[in-house]
Design a protein. Structure first.
Length: 156
């Protein structure tokens, strides 16, 4: 996979995350707090995808080692697997009865994969790209906080 292909794949993961959050917003359409939370997260994931796509279109000369590309490829594949699993859980009829479980699973996903922006992509791509990935990482940390607040509100 080339660096541009990695960016294109990263954008695709953002779109998959958007799809997961959109599906959850629909799934919990009768619960305004969850609908609004998941709808807002879907919009942010769409913005992430658009930013990464724009970056991929303008970056063609970034050299990355084979080891870095292999690690990035593995990480993106793991993200894809997790996103498809979240989609299945969210489409399961039991999900309506277990929103806390969905929130915990999404928090777990965000905690495990959100650092890819700051700790990985921002480190391996050129300095001009680092600020974008750092901004995406900040938004991802905010996602985790919003999800945790929603979970706490449900428990309280």
């Amino acid at each position: 996979m080339t660096p541009v292909e990695c960016l294109e794949e990263a954008a695709r993961m953002e779109v998959l995350a958007q799809d997961v959050y959109s599906a959850l917003a629909i799934r919990y359409g009768d619960r305004p707090d969850l609908r609004e939370l998941f709808s807002g997260l879907a919009v942010e994931e769409e913005q992430h995808a658009n930013r990464v796509r724009a970056l991929a279109q303008h970056r063609t000369n970034q050299d990355l080692s084979a080891a870095v590309l292999a690690r990035l490829t593995r990480t993106l594949k793991a993200m894809e697997t997790e996103l498809f699993a979240l989609m299945e859980v969210g489409s399961d009829g039991r999900a309506l009865d277990a929103p806390d479980e969905i929130l915990r699973k999404v928090i777990d996903f965000e905690c495990r994969f959100a650092p890819i922006h700051a700790e990985y992509l921002a480190q391996v791509f050129a300095p001009g790209m680092q600020s974008l990935f750092s901004a995406l990482a900040r938004q991802d940390r905010n996602h985790v906080e919003l999800l945790k607040q929603a979970l706490s509100a449900r428990a309280g």
